[in-house]
Write a protein of this length. Sequence first.
Length: 240
Amino acid sequence: MSELDTESSAEEMWDPQVARWRDPEGDYVLPRALRSLPQPWDECDWSRIVDLPRTDERVAEARQVVAVLLEDSELAPYVPEPPAPGALWHVWEEFHQAVGMRMPRTSQVTWAGVDELVREWRGRERLYSLQRHVVDHVEVVMLALIPFLRHDTADSVFRWLALDPDPGRFAEWAVELTERCVIEDIGADSAIELLGAMGGPEAMAALERLSVKPSGPASWDNAEAALGMLSDLENGRTRR
């Protein structure tokens, strides 16, 4: 058996040992913090988000969304890491997309709906081994959806704010939130883009802190991105 066959077999045979959890408030899959997000942030639908007016009310709402994403510990569960080569992540994403198509709002994601999708997948004429693993261990797949939605929602907020004609007006409160999100790797790329779009001394100072490596507060990749943004700003080529 080749090394690749051994790795594939390890993924197919992997037991993540994640039990199904039950929400006392109903047949919900996702934590209350995600289920309670205001529309359209509860759908991660960029086509709707991009057209939101940047009124004071909407900006305050977006600020609160990011604060919730950072502060609720239920949104950062421990998700077991699949064995190498990590192909299961891609099949998890495939199932996540199917969940989103069937149950677009976070409050609509129920175990009954997930189990119906599982039955549909099992009924396919062809179901390859990693897809079988997904339907046999759907609990870990749905657990992995929680941090994915957390990341995607934060990403959408920062992208939306960066489209404002004067994103610097958000600096008083947004610099701290974006810096925290980069450190925790939640929507980090868009957070760094927003820091660059805001500019100003507070945003520059945050980028300086984030760019420190290898012992800085951010991951190596995020520190590299922060360093790249600083270089762009210093050379007058800020990406907008």
